[in-house]
Ligand binder design. Structure first.
Ligand SMILES: *Cc1c(COP(=O)(O)O)cnc(C)c1O
Length: 394
């Protein structure tokens, strides 16, 4: 496998382990265990003196292909596939901290991610400070002598704020802390956190990587040293491993990832521009637009816009519900990154557990809806929004 291949080529070929049958498509190795030729071979395998698989909770061939393909794309040395995005986030954070340590995290996080750092970690004596991650000085002010991890997502869910990843990484390096980036919203096509200086990248592969609404999955990527020191034993012994069948669906997803993300992004950009001019719309937030509040950081660290658009309607919750109910092609769903266009009302779904105040801090108003653009024909989507908006009072 060539390291110089561009992403679209890596995503079709990297990591493939072809069996003696020479199959074209990657094989699904649905096995829990592995057979050794001799007792001596088993002993050597367990001692780490010979290469090979031991037990599917540790690693297995189909998962290995997925992990290697992700490493090639991300420029990482090691990866571990997990059963969900949340398993990846939880493992990536908890494997490297202990009671008495401190985490600094952006407050604009996917709901379950925020629960892990804000509610779960403190139960085990790990303190967490949540900051408005848009401003670097907030990260700096939150640093304590025991700060070990910085955690962020960029762009954020659902209001598409961005965090200066290189800036946060610089602060972390000054104190020997690690930066974990949840890169779901940016996708591996548009943002490479390791290149920007982050130490660990996590994905919910459920989103764009599957991209066709089939499987839950996640992946953690980093360098060999961090994986060996922190993640390897945690992963082996707590058991967040991905099913090989899921790894196979995700390998197939990766093959078409660049095509889907590019069509989804083109659709998102055109819909964002269309909606920005409509009288029912108060505001459109889209990382690809010049009026994005942090357009300078977007230009610095992202290679493309986003497949998501945050839309604020003038008519509040009533207008948000009327729009969703009137859309025909665009389905109401809290999932994202799918081939199908999906829309959700964060205040009553994904972010319903936050207080009104916490929602306001994140820029989520009763009139906010989040669109995940799919791969449908652009004009059909625009026409769908046009007919649906005509039923929404400005
Ligand atoms: C969906 C998502 C997760 C959680 O992933 P699951 O696969 O649903 O467990 C974490 N972070 C972000 C940003 C997400 O969008």
């Amino acid at each position: 496998m060539s390291k110089t291949w561009r992403p679209a080529t890596q995503l079709v070929h990297s990591g493939t382990l072809r069996s003696q049958y020479g199959e074209t498509s990657e094989a699904i190795y649905l096995t829990q265990g592995f057979v050794y030729e001799t007792a001596e071979a088993a002993e050597a395998r367990f001692k780490g003196e010979s290469e090979g698989y031991i037990y599917a909770r540790y690693g297995s061939p189909t998962n290995d292909m997925f992990e290697k393909r992700m490493c090639a794309l991300e420029g990482a040395e090691e990866a571990r596939a997990t059963a969900s995005g949340m398993a990846a986030v939880t493992a990536a954070i908890l494997c490297q901290v202990k009671a008495g340590d401190h985490i600094v995290a952006a407050r604009a996080l996917f709901g379950s991610c925020r629960w892990v750092v804000e509610t779960l970690a403190p139960k085990y004596g790990i303190e967490c400070t949540l900051v408005d991650g848009r401003y670097l000085e907030n990260w700096e002010k939150a640093i304590q002598p025991n700060t070990k991890v910085f955690f962020l997502e960029s762009p954020t869910n659902p209001t598409l704020e961005v965090v200066d990843i290189a800036g946060v990484a610089k602060l972390a390096n000054q104190i020997g802390a690690k930066v974990v980036v949840d890169n779901v919203f940016a996708t591996p096509i548009f943002q490479q956190p390791l290149e920007l200086g982050a130490h660990i990248v996590v994905y919910s592969a459920t989103k764009h990587i599957d991209g066709q609404g089939r499987s839950l999955g996640g992946v953690i990527l980093s360098d060999k040293e961090w994986v060996t020191e922190h993640l390897q034993d945690y992963y082996r012994h707590t058991g967040p491993a991905m099913s090989p069948f899921t790894a196979w669906t995700l390998l197939k997803g990766l093959e078409t990832l660049p095509l889907r993300v590019s069509q989804q992004t083109a659709n998102a950009a055109k819909i964002a521009d269309f909606l920005a001019d409509q009288k029912q719309v108060a505001k459109v937030i889209y990382p690809g637009r010049k009026d994005h509040p942090q357009a300078d950081i977007v230009a610095r660290q992202m290679k493309g816009g986003s497949t998501l658009v945050a839309i604020e309607l003038k008519g509040g919750k009533e207008a948000a519900f009327a729009l969703q109910n009137a859309l025909d092609i665009v389905k109401i769903s809290n999932n994202l990154g799918d081939a199908k266009s999906l829309i959700t009302h964060p205040a009553t779904t994904t972010h319903k557990n936050l207080t009104d105040e916490a929602r306001a801090e994140l820029g989520i108003s009763p009139g906010t809806v989040r669109l995940s653009a799919g791969i449908e024909d652009t004009d059909d989507l625009i026409e769908d929004f046009a007919q649906a908006l005509s039923k929404v009072i400005a």
